[in-house]
Design a protein around this ligand. Structure first.
Ligand SMILES: [Ca+2]
Ligand SMILES: [Ca+2]
Ligand SMILES: [Ca+2]
Length: 357
């Protein structure tokens, strides 16, 4: 990840000219020059294609592993490259880093976000083991998955046998709770659009998730390091090497990332009835052009009145309630644009309360 968001590091901001090395203090962090993204990708895709010609999949019910044709166990099985399920797709690097922070003056949480500078078009080979029968998850849903990752020597690097919960980006609620949800690499997240969640998902009081076992989508993908760890080794996956991921998608959870009362799925540029929404549809939708996309922005039109206040009203008992994002009441300024997206439509403040005329 370091490469993708180098702009964040002290190195990139202040010390680039000296390659982050300060001679007066030998304990200072020394940044190793990163390798060229394109050069690494060329190597990675070559390794993946070679891997696919020289390895085979072993499927034994739920259990899946990989082995080489040079292994003593090999007995003529077809290699992955000849598996009729093998497909490929070209993908950009759609990684984003969204970092919430709390403004000490008003104690509110805001986000900064950074987009990857990588422009390479990556080829991802993948194999759908099970399409799944539940939902297609949106790119910003939180996900409950099982995952096993391998290096291209078929060594298991990490495994979430019982499933794990991942958020992208982390929500304000998660941030405030002090928990840091796990984050999937972009290459893994992007291939999940090819499969669906499970059905009949229930959570028992002790937090165990149950679902119809055969209904969960499962995909295996062969991912170049540029869409993942790149220069940082983890587990048995070395820096600058591709990896194999075997993901079972169990559940998706829609979020309200900025807690402004509007579910993130409605804070998006356009509804594309045929095509699935992409991550860019969310991150590029920024009504007030303040470099914070609406789904992460607590004041979407930038008029100084938070979206949550703009959609609120008092019921007959004086209790504060909230209109739905598309309620006709929000078109109170005679425009079709709801008032939380219209910076020319704002209320008067009378005795500490917002009064809409
Ligand atoms: Ca929201
Ligand atoms: Ca918002
Ligand atoms: Ca506003």
């Amino acid at each position: 990840m370091k490469r993708l968001f180098a702009v964040l590091s002290l190195c990139a901001i202040g010390l680039l000219a000296t390659n982050c090395k300060k001679d007066d203090n030998p304990s200072d962090y020394i940044e190793v020059p990163l390798r060229d993204t394109k050069e690494v990708y060329t190597e990675d895709i070559e390794s993946i294609e070679k891997y696919l010609k020289n390895n085979y999949i072993i499927e034994n019910g739920e259990s899946i592993s990989f082995d080489s044709i040079t292994s003593p166990k090999y007995s003529g099985q077809s290699v992955l490259a000849d598996d009729p399920r093998l497909q490929s797709v070209i993908m950009g690097n759609d990684d984003y880093l969204a970092m919430p922070y709390t403004n000490i003056y008003n104690n509110r949480t805001y986000y900064n976000y950074y987009k990857s500078a990588d422009t390479i078009k990556y080829k991802i080979y993948y194999l759908i083991v099970n399409e799944g029968q539940g939902n297609i998850a949106s790119p910003i849903d939180s996900l409950y998955i099982k995952r096993r990752n391998y290096n291209i020597k078929n060594e298991l690097s990490s495994s979430t046998f019982n499933g794990d919960f991942y958020s992208f980006p982390p929500t304000i609620a998660e941030y405030n709770s002090g928990k840091s949800p796990k984050r999937m690499y972009t290459g893994e997240r992007q291939v999940l659009k090819f499969i669906k969640t499970a059905t009949n998902i229930t959570t028992t009081p002790d937090g165990t998730i149950t679902y119809d076992e055969n209904s969960a989508g499962r995909i295996i993908a062969f991912i170049p390091s540029g869409l993942g760890q790149f220069n940082e080794a983890y587990g048995k996956i070395a820096a600058y090497t591709p990896w194999i991921t075997d993901i079972t998608l169990i559940n998706n959870l829609e979020r309200d990332h900025d807690l402004d009362g509007i579910p993130s799925k409605f804070e998006v540029k356009e509804i594309k009835p045929v095509e699935e929404l992409t991550i860019h549809d969310y991150f590029s939708y920024d009504t007030n052009d303040n470099a914070i996309p609406n789904f992460l922005d607590i004041d979407d039109d930038g008029d100084g009145i938070s979206t949550k206040d703009e959609i609120s009203y008092k019921d007959e008992n004086g209790k504060i309630k909230y209109y739905s994002y598309d309620a006709p009441e929000l078109k109170s300024c005679g425009s079709d644009i709801p008032r939380y997206l219209n910076n020319t439509c704002f209320p008067d403040r009378v005795n500490g309360e917002w009064i809409w005329n």
